[in-house]
Design a protein around this ligand. Structure first.
Ligand SMILES: Cc1cc2nc3c(=O)[nH]c(=O)nc-3n(C[C@H](O)[C@H](O)[C@H](O)COP(=O)(O)OP(=O)(O)OC[C@H]3O[C@@H](n4cnc5c(N)ncnc54)[C@H](O)[C@@H]3O)c2cc1C
Ligand SMILES: *[C@@H]1O[C@H](CO)[C@@H](O)[C@H](O)[C@H]1NC(C)=O
Ligand SMILES: *[C@@H]1O[C@H](CO)[C@@H](O)[C@H](O)[C@H]1NC(C)=O
Length: 503
């Protein structure tokens, strides 16, 4: 058939036009399948938020090679369960709070304990049961440093809380830096470039206060001293606030609850690789999908997904996921994680190890430590089970308690014999617990590829349950806006100002 040039070009135009329509329409189709790798608090809350955003029809698979909960896990000791990983939650951690409420779980507040800070020779700080005495001691030794610290943390927390407002209004961020910048501007970003030591010195805290009070807080929370970055340092100091809480039955119940609530499919298996696959569905219509290879007890498996969320650290032996055939290649991040060993001991603490005479009743139930090479522990504290049981008077009088110790290395028998007068049960769990922080800190990317997201980038700013939950919501929003091309909800500037007038 003969067609005039004009008609031909008109037709080509039409075809191109309809192809373009097909292409954009294809982008606006909802995704059919989403994969989440890792069922810790990050992965399970990602599944929950992805379901909220993408609706009831999308299929969500969550891969887990070990136990649901990841770094939230309990350990059994003489019939009771104790938190062995992530233990306490800040009262202003709004996502964790909302999860517990939505899932019908209950919060518990660990009992207020008398705290001491031991430097290897003596206690540099020791709480008494008398509130007024505590205040006088603090003022005497540290002047206004305590009050100033409270205000310093409060100011940071105030800015931190902005993220909840942004997320309520559906705003997302494509990098961890831009997320932090939206919360606290250059001030937050610059905290990644300095140590908490430098940050606090700059704000006028005394070296004595930093050595005696701040160092022990960093050691108990992050197993590292004050050379960690200023942002994670501030998060760690917020952990000294009052009102910390945990979940009755175990914090990991939040993870299994979120999975169930998200109607996600749990696949018990180890993801080994992610590969890009190009498929043409009909002529002129190509889609790119991600193929996930995994290994379960029954053998290897393969599945295709539109969106992939990596919710585990991608550090060497932690993630061990290969990204095959990407151009440019997806880099893996080889920076190390810090080992922290949790040891549970049922026994009587050796008061004389801490300079007390053996006969007197040891008053403290939480001991933090300063930096001293001869100290082999970071902290030791009496703990209660995740299901509260009344402590019997008999066991109280006998001084027998369950103690939880954090240390950088596995404790040897000789060390346990020094710490305890007597003991009859020991349980140990080692973790690659959190990043080894070393500012200036460069954040790994959140977006690894067109529709592959890395939730644990945020851990390099600070590792905590709430940080993973915030990142999970961010990744759910970001993947949604990128899928539907809603650029006006990604990396917006001046949100704090713009949202002031919104209700
Ligand atoms: C001892 C300790 C104490 C802590 N204390 C606190 C605290 O008091 N408060 C607080 O807020 N935070 C605390 N944290 C930090 C907190 O626990 C973590 O930041 C948080 O739990 C991280 O959750 P996540 O889901 O991002 O990662 P994870 O919990 O590590 O989840 C990742 C999951 O992915 C799985 N996985 C890995 N690779 C693969 C693969 N290839 N295929 C399939 N699955 C895979 C893993 O098995 C794991 O279950 C503590 C951590 C530790 C270790
Ligand atoms: C932080 O340090 C990096 C280099 O390590 C630099 O590129 C960046 O500009 C610094 N940011 C701030 C806010 O100082
Ligand atoms: C207790 O601590 C003291 C002082 O460090 C030590 O001499 C003693 O051996 C420890 N052990 C016991 C069981 O008392």
């Amino acid at each position: 058939m003969y067609l005039s040039a004009a008609v031909r070009s008109m037709l080509t135009g039409l075809i191109l036009c309809s192809l373009r329509v097909a292409a954009t329409q294809q982008l606006r189709h909802p995704p059919t399948r989403i994969a989440v790798v890792g069922a810790g608090i990050g992965g399970t809350s990602a599944a929950y938020f992805l379901r909220q955003k993408f609706g009831k029809d999308v299929h969500i698979d969550v891969f887990e090679k070990s136990d649901v909960g990841g770094r939230l896990a309990t350990i059994e000791m003489e019939g009771n369960q104790y938190e062995a990983g992530g233990a306490v939650i800040h009262p202003l951690n709004l996502h964790m709070k909302a999860f517990v409420k939505d899932l019908g779980l209950s919060p518990r507040t660990p009992s207020a304990d008398l705290l001491g800070i031991y430097n290897g020779d003596e206690f540099v700080f020791q709480e008494s049961e008398w509130f007024l005495i505590n205040i006088i001691k603090m003022l005497w030794n540290y002047g206004l440093n305590f009050i100033r610290m409270y205000m310093w943390v409060e100011e940071i927390l105030d800015k931190f809380m902005r993220i909840y407002r942004y997320q309520t209004f559906d705003y997302s961020f494509s990098t961890t830096e831009s997320l932090l910048h939206a919360m606290g501007g250059d001030d937050f970003i610059s905290k990644l470039n300095m140590t908490i030591d430098e940050a606090m010195q700059k704000s006028g805290f005394t070296q004595r206060f930093i050595d005696d009070i701040v160092v022990p807080a960093m050691r108990v929370n992050y197993g590292q001293g004050v050379k960690i970055n200023g942002f994670v340092g501030a998060v760690s100091l917020a952990g000294t606030d009052s009102g910390l809480w945990a979940v009755v039955g175990g914090n990991n119940l939040v993870c299994s609850g979120l999975l169930y609530s998200a109607k996600a499919q749990l696949i018990q298996g180890t993801v080994t690789s992610v590969q890009e696959k190009v498929r043409s569905t009909k002529p002129g219509n190509i889609v790119t999908l991600y193929e996930i290879s995994y290994i379960t007890d029954t053998g290897p498996g393969l599945d295709l997904y539109d969106i992939v969320v990596i919710a585990t650290p991608l550090n060497g032996n932690l993630g061990n996921i290969k990204f095959v055939g990407f151009d440019p290649p997806i880099k893996t991040f080889s920076r190390p994680y810090q080992q922290t060993v949790t040891t549970f001991v049922h026994g009587r603490i050796n008061a004389s190890f801490f300079g007390y005479s053996k006969s007197c009743q040891f008053p403290l139930s939480e001991i933090l430590t300063t930096e001293n090479p001869k100290l082999f522990i970071h902290s030791i504290s009496a703990v209660s089970p995740v299901n509260p049981v009344p402590e019997s008077d008999a066991s109280k009088a006998s001084g027998l308690r369950v103690w939880k110790i954090f240390s950088p290395e596995v404790l040897i028998d000789e060390q346990l014999h020094q710490l305890f007068e007597s003991y009859h049960a020991v349980k140990v769990r080692s973790w690659l617990a959190y990043p080894k922080y070393s500012p200036p800190e460069k954040m790994p990317p959140i977006k690894l590829h067109r529709a592959i997201y890395y939730l644990n980038s945020i851990e390099w700013a600070a590792s905590a349950m709430e940080m993973s939950a915030i990142s999970a919501k961010n990744v759910a929003l970001l993947s949604y806006h990128q899928w539907y091309r809603k650029d006006d909800h990604i990396d917006q500037e001046d949100l704090a100002e713009r949202l002031k007038t919104e209700l």
